[in-house]
Design a protein around this ligand. Structure first.
Ligand SMILES: Nc1ncnc2c1ncn2[C@@H]1O[C@H](COP(=O)(O)OP(=O)(O)OP(=O)(O)O)[C@@H](O)[C@H]1O
Length: 451
C-alpha cells in the first residue's frame, strides 16, 4: 500500500507591486487556495523543486530577474512545471512567445479575480496529472528522461527530452533519426525507461550487423528442421521482447525481402517462426532508428514506402554536435569523468585551452567521437585537435560566428556560468558579452553547475 501523502498545492505568486500581491493573495485564499507571494523572483525560485506540487504565477516585467527568466529557471528545474505569466495590457506578442517558450498560460493585466482563479485551477489540474503520471511511472520502475544519459542543456536537447517524455507516455511506435554517434540508442533506451514498459525487456537489434540469410531467423526465430542446421526450435528477438520494447537500429540496412515481412509483423503484431504456420501474437513496442533520411531511401528504391509510412507515426530527431555546439564543453567534461572512472584513474582537470579547441572543432562522429577523445585525454595519449578547416564554401562570417559562439560557451563553462569571470577572461565589456550571448542563443543557466 502506498503511504505517500498528497503534497500541498501551493501557488507561488510573484509581482514587484505590493498592492497586486495583496489582491492576488486575497483572491486565491478566499477561494480556498494556498498562496505564497514574493516581490523577489529569486526568493520564489528557492521554493521550486522537481515534483513541487504547486504552480507559479509571475509578472513578466520586473526589475532584476524578469518573469521570463524566472520561468526559464523554473523549467530547468522541472520542465513540466506549469507557469502562468502575467503580461501588460496589449503585450500579446510577448505572451505568444512565452507560450512557445513553455509557459502554460498567460493573464493579461488587469485581470478579473475569476480569471486568475480559473487559470490557476487549470494549471493545478495539469500539475496533479503530471505528478500522478510520475508516481505511476515510478511504480512500474520507469525512470525519467532527465535521469538518462541524454544530457545537454541546449534548446534542441531540452526539447528532445520533452518530446521523449511525452511520447513515452503513449504506446506509439517511434522512428528515431540522426547522424552516426549522436545518441539514437541512448534516446531509444531513455524512451523505453520512461515508459510503462520500463521493467520489461529492451531488445536491441542492429539490422546492419546481421547477415541477410540469418536475419529472419534472428528476428522471428525458427522451428526445428526449418532449414539444414536448425536442430531445435529457437525464439527470435521479437519473442524475447515480449511485453517490452524492440529497438531496430540501422533499419535502413534491412534487406528488402525482410522489410516486407517486418511490415506484416508490425501491422499485425504477430510473427511467424521460420518453418511454422502458426503466427504468434506479441505485445511489443517498436522503436526503429536510421542514420539516413528514409524518404530519400524510398526515392532511391532502397526502402519500402509502405514500411516507412507505417514507421512514420512518431518521429524523433537527435541533433548532431554541430547543432548543439554549446553542449560540447560540459559534455566533454562529463565524458572525461566517465572515462577516468572506467579506467580507474584520477579525473584530470580539463585545461581551458583544450575545452576551447574541443568546442570549436567539428565532430563528424558526434558524441561517440568526442567520447573517444575524452578516453585519449584521460589516458594521456596524443590529442591532435587543432581546429579543423570547415566545409569549403562556408562563408567566413559563419565560421567566425561559430568559433565565437564556441569560445564564449567554453569560457562560460569554464567559469561555471559566471558572467563577470567570463567577460573578464574574454576581455569584453559586460554589455558586449550579453549581446553576443543573446545573438548566439546562449544563457548562463546552461553553464551553471548542476545542483
Ligand atoms: N548525451 C550524451 N551524454 C553522454 N554520452 C552520450 C550521449 N549521447 C550519446 N552518448 C554516448 O555516445 C556513444 C554513441 O551513442 P549511441 O550509440 O546512442 O549513438 P547512435 O546514434 O545510436 O550511433 P549509431 O548511429 O552509430 O548507431 C555511446 O557511447 C553513448 O553512450
Amino acid at each position: 500500500m502506498s503511504t505517500e501523502t498528497a503534497p500541498t498545492e501551493t501557488i507561488l505568486f510573484v509581482d514587484d507591486e505590493d498592492h497586486l500581491r495583496l489582491a492576488a493573495a486575497q483572491t486565491l485564499q478566499l477561494d480556498g487556495l494556498e498562496a505564497r507571494c514574493f516581490a523577489d523572483p529569486a526568493e520564489a525560485l528557492t521554493h521550486i523543486a522537481r515534483d513541487f506540487a504547486g504552480v507559479l504565477v509571475t509578472d513578466i516585467r520586473m526589475p532584476g530577474m524578469d518573469g521570463q527568466e524566472l520561468m526559464r529557471r523554473a523549467l530547468e528545474i522541472d520542465p513540466e512545471f506549469p507557469v502562468i505569466l502575467v503580461t501588460g495590457h496589449g503585450d500579446i506578442e510577448l505572451a505568444v512567445n512565452s507560450m512557445r517558450d513553455g509557459a502554460y498560460d498567460f493573464l493579461e493585466k488587469p485581470f478579473a479575480p475569476a480569471r486568475l482563479i480559473s487559470g490557476v485551477r487549470r494549471a493545478l489540474d495539469k500539475r496533479r496529472l503530471t505528478m500522478e503520471n510520475r508516481r505511476l511511472r515510478r511504480q512500474v520502475g520507469a525512470r525519467d528522461v532527465t535521469e538518462s544519459r541524454l544530457t545537454g542543456r541546449s534548446d534542441v536537447m531540452v526539447r528532445l527530452r520533452e518530446r521523449i517524455r511525452a511520447i513515452a507516455a503513449t504506446e506509439a511506435d517511434v522512428l528515431i533519426e540522426g547522424a552516426t554517434g549522436t545518441g539514437k540508442e541512448v534516446a531509444a533506451r531513455a524512451l523505453a525507461r520512461a515508459s510503462a514498459r520500463a521493467k520489461m525487456p529492451f531488445v536491441h537489434i542492429n539490422c546492419a550487423a546481421l547477415p541477410p540469410e540469418w536475419i529472419e531467423s534472428e528476428l522471428f526465430g525458427h522451428e526445428a528442421g526449418a532449414f539444414p542446421g536448425a536442430l531445435r526450435t529457437r525464439f527470435g528477438k521479437f519473442e524475447f521482447a515480449k511485453g517490452g520494447t524492440i529497438f531496430l537500429d540501422e533499419i535502413e540496412s534491412m534487406p528488402q525481402a525482410m522489410q516486407a515481412k517486418l511490415l506484416v509483423a508490425i501491422q499485425n503484431r504477430t510473427i511467424t517462426r521460420l518453418g511454422s504456420n502458426d503466427p504468434v501474437q506479441l505485445d511489443i513496442r517498436i522503436i526503429a532508428a536510421s542514420k539516413r533520411n528514409l524518404e530519400e531511401e524510398v526515392r532511391e528504391g532502397r526502402f519500402r514506402a509502405d514500411l516507412l509510412y507505417r514507421l512514420n507515426v512518431v518521429r524523433l530527431y537527435v541533433p548532431t554536435l554541430a547543432e548543439r555546439r554549446e553542449d560540447i564543453p560540459r559534455l566533454f567534461v562529463t565524458l572525461v569523468g566517465e572515462a577516468a572512472a572506467r579506467y580507474k584513474l584520477a579525473t584530470p582537470e580539463v585545461p581551458h585551452h583544450l575545452l576551447t579547441a574541443v568546442a570549436a572543432r567539428d565532430w563528424p562522429g558526434n558524441v561517440r567521437e568526442l567520447r573517444n577523445m575524452a578516453d585519449r585525454f584521460v589516458l594521456g595519449l596524443d590529442l591532435d585537435i587543432a581546429p579543423e578547416g570547415r566545409a569549403e564554401g562556408q562563408a567566413l562570417a559563419n565560421q567566425i560566428a561559430a568559433h565565437e559562439k564556441a569560445l564564449i560557451a567554453a569560457s562560460l563553462a569554464a567559469h561555471g556560468g559566471s558572467l563577470k569571470e567570463t567577460y573578464e577572461a574574454l576581455g569584453l565589456s559586460r554589455k558586449t558579452l550579453y549581446e553576443k550571448m543573446q545573438k548566439h542563443g546562449l544563457s548562463r543557466a546552461q553553464f551553471m553547475p548542476e545542483k
